[in-house]
Write a protein that binds this ligand. Structure first.
Ligand SMILES: NC(=O)C1=CN([C@@H]2O[C@H](COP(=O)(O)OP(=O)(O)OC[C@H]3O[C@@H](n4cnc5c(N)ncnc54)[C@H](OP(=O)(O)O)[C@@H]3O)[C@@H](O)[C@H]2O)C=CC1
Ligand SMILES: O=C(O)C1=N[C@H](C(=O)O)C[C@H](O)C1
Length: 259
């Protein structure tokens, strides 16, 4: 039996993620929801160069959201759109749909909504859904315990048009107990997909832990991993750290509502 997926977002990242879902043997892309009416009624698969029909594109403007999530039931929604799409989760969750949210920045109100949704269905939220970033986070925690007096700075680099501060960098700061306003340094240039670095400064040495996403397919592979993992979970709110079972440091991220 295939895992059926509904995608929110078909932009820079969503379109690449859709391609990874279509390529995956266990997943089937049932539909794509986007904000505008661009390419409405077309199949994402055809637009992405496949020669079969998969992933009909709909606009959020044109669907009847009362009926849509029932008539077009999917096992999992994967969200690479914008924070406002959270308003649709509850209607889908009513029909047992699980949620993988990759939105990198939610406000306090949205985080409360996500938490509440965890009482209804299984929800995984991750501001960086790559598998590799979790190694950076866990390695940084270990190093901080070994060298508690090191100066620590976080550098995040992304493409010129990314507006928000990296949600991943904020999460790293939180996990390391650092003040987000002081220790997160952002660089916006050209087309960098996503790079995060944690620098540990010691008197005679510097240690740098770096993770770089070279292609947005990394987000697709992580989201698919998360969706498959979530299929075996009961209702609740989960993190990518839990999904990759990197809990060896014994102080995993606690799902907190930000100030
Ligand atoms: N967690 C992670 O690892 C990663 C997270 N992200 C996050 O994913 C999100 C999208 O990034 P990116 O692809 O660069 O952004 P884009 O602006 O390129 O694409 C956004 C897409 O979402 C659609 N959209 C916007 N609002 C809604 C809505 N309310 N309902 C349905 N669709 C909507 C847009 O529709 P239309 O095309 O019609 O305008 C568009 O297709 C951001 O929050 C980004 O930070 C990105 C990469 C990795
Ligand atoms: O907007 C993006 O593209 C990305 N956002 C995430 C973040 O804000 O941390 C993660 C990723 O590096 C790409």
């Amino acid at each position: 039996m295939k895992i059926t997926i509904g995608m929110f977002g078909f932009g820079r990242t969503g379109s690449v993620v859709a391609k990874e879902i279509i390529k995956d043997e266990i997943c089937e892309l049932s539909w794509v929801l986007r904000k505008s009416t661009a390419m409405e009624g077309k199949y994402a698969s055809r637009l992405l160069g496949f020669d079969h029909n998969e992933g009909m594109i709909y606009s959020i403007e044109d669907i009847d959201s009362e009926a849509f999530y029932q008539d077009n039931h999917v096992d999992v929604i994967i969200d690479f759109s914008s924070a406002s799409a959270i308003e649709n989760y509850e209607q889908a969750a009513q029909y047992g749909t699980r949620i993988v949210s990759a939105i990198s920045k939610y406000d306090r109100f949205h985080l409360e909504q996500l938490k509440a949704l965890g009482k209804q269905t299984a929800v995984l939220y991750s501001p960086n859904i790559t598998l590799g970033i979790n190694f950076l986070i866990e390695a940084s925690k270990v190093l901080q315990r070994i060298a508690p007096h090191a100066d620590i700075e976080i550098i995040e680099e992304h493409f010129r048009d990314k507006r928000d501060v990296s949600g991943t960098a904020l999460r790293i700061a939180e996990d390391l107990g650092l003040d987000k306003r002081q220790h997160v340094n952002s660089i916006r240039v050209g087309g960098i997909v996503g790079k995060h670095e944690v620098i540990f400064g010691l008197p005679n040495q510097t240690i740098r832990i770096v993770h770089e996403s070279l292609n947005r397919a990394a987000f697709g592979q992580g989201a698919i991993y998360a969706a498959k993992w979530l299929m075996g979970k009961d209702k609740g709110i989960y993190t990518m750290e839990e999904a990759v079972a990197l809990n060896f440091v014994n102080n995993t991220h606690v799902f907190e509502v930000d100030e």
